[in-house]
Design a binder for this molecule. Structure first.
Ligand code: GAR
Length: 215
């Protein structure tokens, strides 16, 4: 049985589409059953509908409190029998109560190698810090922003002439591969949260270092 997944978005939804496409494979352990955007104008809503996935706007501006918005989201999750939630460019902070209730069942992708460069403008932060390797991280969502236990990471080289945009584009391609992998590990039970850390099961670990610049 595939796990029923909701994807929460705020914008163009390219990571959402990567998840929808990966989940079409019959041996993938999850299906995307619902997409919710807190911004009605998000382009990702139409992309989801074009892919024949149910997509709803729940405009956060229509709710007086964070708790009221979270409750509206939770009503839709329950109505669709959702078991796992993936944040994909979802730019809303949830209440601690929501994050706690869904602990171990919510993932987020962030375009940096956490715990470096949390929050906004991670690519500018990476370039300002002068790192030679950046990347992306999929982690379980906790009440603290971009801080939950890490499921998977991909390292991406930073090039000498990178701008925040060229680095973002390179990292985004890695995100589109990493997020489906991470969701599949969690949905199949090969990655699970235990004692505040993620335990991985039966994985092939690569010992190859990534050099940047190349020797
Ligand atoms: C992605 O790069 C995602 O990692 C980032 O927003 C972009 C959304 O793009 N998320 C965050 O910065 C969350 N802290 P998408 O809408 O095309 O998936």
């Amino acid at each position: 049985m595939k796990k029923r997944v909701a994807v929460l978005i705020s914008g163009r939804g390219s990571n959402m589409m990567a998840l929808i496409e990966a989940a079409r494979a019959c041996d993938y352990p999850a299906e995307v059953a619902l997409v919710i955007s807190n911004r009605p104008e998000a382009a990702g809503l139409q992309h989801a509908r074009d892919a024949r996935v149910k997509a709803l706007a729940i405009d956060h501006k229509a709710y007086a409190t964070r708790a009221a918005f979270d409750a509206a989201v939770e009503t839709q999750l329950a109505a669709e029998g959702i078991e796992l939630v993936c944040h994909a460019g979802f730019m809303r902070i949830q209440t601690e109560a929501f994050a706690t209730r869904w602990l171990g069942r919510q993932l987020n992708i962030h375009p940096s190698l956490l715990p470096s460069f949390k929050g906004l403008h991670p690519h500018k932060q990476a370039l300002d810090a002068g790192v030679r390797v950046s990347g992306c991280t999929v982690h379980f969502v906790t009440a603290e922003l971009d801080a939950g236990p890490i499921v998977a990471q991909a390292a991406v080289p930073v090039l000498a002439d990178d701008t925040p945009q060229t680095l973002a584009d390179r990292v985004l391609s890695a995100e589109h591969r990493l997020y489906p992998l991470a969701l599949s590990l969690v949905a199949s039970g090969r990655a699970r949260l235990e004692g505040g850390r993620v335990l991985l099961n039966a994985l092939v670990n690569s010992t190859d270092p990534l050099f940047s610049p190349t020797p």
